[in-house]
Write a protein that binds this ligand. Structure first.
Ligand SMILES: Nc1nc2c(ncn2[C@@H]2O[C@H](COP(=O)(O)OP(=O)(O)OP(=O)(O)O)[C@@H](O)[C@H]2O)c(=O)[nH]1
Ligand SMILES: [Mg+2]
Length: 192
């Protein structure tokens, strides 16, 4: 990883009105709860506990902003698809995330994470479609690839490619670091 300066927590927003003024181009991480957004973000910046990683799904309940040096901001979005969250809370999250995605001029790219073992959910497709509609570029990170056997992996990746409208798919693991350089390359091209 190139030296980018210190990474630090900037702000958390639990409602649209609390979203902070942008200070740098932003890359957001989105995906269902427990897919590994916070873990991947930590791995990308080489910090273990910057973004909180949860044993219980639904851990990240607000939008968290992290400065990566002074020229990039990472945005950890709350996860979707967690059944135990009450409906009103779900709707509030959805409103928050949508308003961020729709209105953020500094947003360069959304990394949509999909768990390599779980497959593509309806909400993943909805999100990718929504990003297409509002014209925000996205790429797909297939997470926890360390959990798949060699033989399963090619098959699973082919299936994802077939059912998603996005062609840049990066297989990655926050545990082994696989795919992390490819994600950085994508981030650099999206933000330069
Ligand atoms: N084996 C393996 N486990 C992972 C990987 N990434 C994340 N995990 C585990 O998956 C669980 C969820 O990870 P998080 O990073 O908290 O997931 P999240 O998407 O931020 O979850 P929410 O904040 O609830 O939306 C944790 O127990 C992690 O240790 C990975 O690449 N490999
Ligand atoms: Mg999280």
């Amino acid at each position: 990883m190139k030296k980018r300066g210190d990474t630090r927590f900037l702000a958390g927003a639990d409602s649209p009105g609390r979203i902070p003024t942008a200070v740098a181009p932003e890359v957001a991480f989105a995906g269902r709860s427990n897919v590994g957004k916070s873990s991947l973000l930590n791995r990308l910046v080489g910090r273990h506990a910057l973004a909180r990683v949860g044993k219980t799904p639904g851990r990240t309940q607000q939008i968290n902003f992290f400065a990566v040096g002074d020229r990039l901001t990472f945005v950890d979005l709350p996860g979707y698809g967690f059944a135990k969250v009450p409906l009103p809370v779900k709707h509030a999250w959805q409103k928050l995330v949508e308003s961020y995605l729709r209105e953020r001029e500094s947003l360069c790219c959304v990394v949509v994470l999909i768990d390599s073992r779980r497959g593509v959910m309806e909400e993943d497709r909805d999100l990718i479609e929504y990003l297409g509609e509002i014209g925000v570029p996205c790429c797909i990170a297939v997470t926890k690839i360390d959990k798949l056997k060699r033989s399963e992996r090619a098959k699973q990746l082919r299936e994802f490619e077939e059912c998603l409208p996005v062609h840049s798919l990066i297989a990655c693991s926050a545990t082994t670091g696989e795919g992390v350089p490819a994600i950085w390359e994508m981030i650099e091209s999206a933000t330069s």
